[in-house]
Design a protein around this ligand. Sequence first.
Ligand code: ADP
Length: 159
Amino acid sequence: MKALYPGSFDPLTLGHLDLIKRGSTLFDQIVIAVLENPSKTPTFPLERRLEQISDATKNLERVKLVSFEGLTVECAKKHNVDLILRGLRAMSDFEYELQIAHTNRSLDKSFETIFLATETHFSFLSSSLVKEVARFGGDIAHMVPDLVQEDLTRLYEGI
Ligand code: ADP
């Protein structure tokens, strides 16, 4: 079975990476699909987000990296996956994720969404929280992969 793991990954955190690692033991292939949203300016351009993920997953088998614009179900169709994988950190994620899952199913019944509960010690992590900590010079070594740490440190240096 092939799973699509879509997201903004702006930037990738150790929580995302944990989900990718665990997913790659459950499925034959995980297609990480990085969203390019033309109506939003990301902190990191798409190319850099792809490099960050590629570097962090270089030793993982069964992982494929793609980018997409537009509907997740179209991306799922294009890459011939069987299901969509998303992470649940807390109840607060549940309502939003359920809404997205229902929307995707209303658009195309061929894809189920599967949720993995995040590892407890990563459940507080989000890309935006990591950026806040980095902006104020806090230690983010336990939150993000090395390359992301370097990028964030460089980004907020001198601000
Ligand atoms: P989006 O903008 O689509 O929500 P994100 O990059 O924020 O994209 O998240 C992509 C997916 O990763 C979502 O399913 C989200 O719930 C999950 N996720 C986010 N943070 C974590 C974490 N700390 N641990 C595990 N999964 C996470």
